[in-house]
Design a protein around this ligand. Sequence first.
Ligand SMILES: Nc1ncnc2c1ncn2[C@@H]1O[C@H](COP(=O)(O)OP(=O)(O)OP(=O)(O)O)[C@@H](O)[C@H]1O
Ligand SMILES: [Mg+2]
Length: 285
Amino acid sequence: MTEPLLSIRDLTVDAPTRAGSKRLLAGVDLDIGRGEAVALVGESGSGKSLTTRAVMRLLPAHFRVQGAIAFEGHDVLSMDRAALRDFRGHRVGMIFQDPRAHINPVHTVGDFLTEALRTTRAVGRAEAEERAEALLADVGVRNAGTRLRQFPHQLSGGLLQRVMIASVLLAEPELLLADEPTTALDITAQSDVMAIIEEQRVQRGLSLLFITHDLELAAACCERLAVMYAGEIVEQGGHVYTAPRHPYTRELLGARPSVEHRSKRLPVLSYTRERHEELKARHEA
Ligand SMILES: Nc1ncnc2c1ncn2[C@@H]1O[C@H](COP(=O)(O)OP(=O)(O)OP(=O)(O)O)[C@@H](O)[C@H]1O
Ligand SMILES: [Mg+2]
């Protein structure tokens, strides 16, 4: 088997609290191959965002991180500042839930898009603008030239998320980490934006870690699903959506809303922390 692009092994994260240390991730194993799309699903607080933040080395400095994260065979957890800058700037791109929180409101869309190209890649203004305009058109933004001169507040959430996607693609990453990229958008913008991510991913042969609450969407655009519960991956693989084995996954799939009633949050399940511990104890016995 060829080496995965991203390999997470036995990732454990503890946060110190006044009452002692709290385990937030426990023994997470996850691989993403080149050109592969993997979905990470699980209820709120299960550790999905923490997993991506650990990959980007964006966890608070006082968290204790154990295990291994390798990108193209390079140990992410021991990268120095220069390597980390290259990793975050050019290898991995992050797409977040709320684009407005990640785009400076006082800069034009054009400045936002071209800044990184001009500073880190020493590309001239005219060329940077040309590339940005072409990319905006690629992600389905009409009148791209006009949009470049506008400010973020003049764009809808869906358009702004496309700008965010364009900015990530400008850096030509190999891996996309998309943390609920459509949750904050209205329903039509949701499917449009997801279709664009999918189209660009396939065209460019990128890998994707897609965090979502939407199991249907996860199954539709990803080859593999990984299911998190309480900081652990309880089950992962290509079988998860059609033939789940773990009791939590079964309940999760059984409780999913119908296509007409997709909700942004998962319903409350009867699977509890106690049941989880009991199952683990039985499994380990
Ligand atoms: N800075 C922090 N300090 C202490 N605990 C934290 C911190 N950040 C996250 N946590 C805890 O880690 C757990 C996992 O959080 P995480 O944000 O990864 O959940 P999530 O699966 O992304 O949930 P959601 O679907 O709501 O986004 C939660 O219990 C959360 O309270
Ligand atoms: Mg999250």
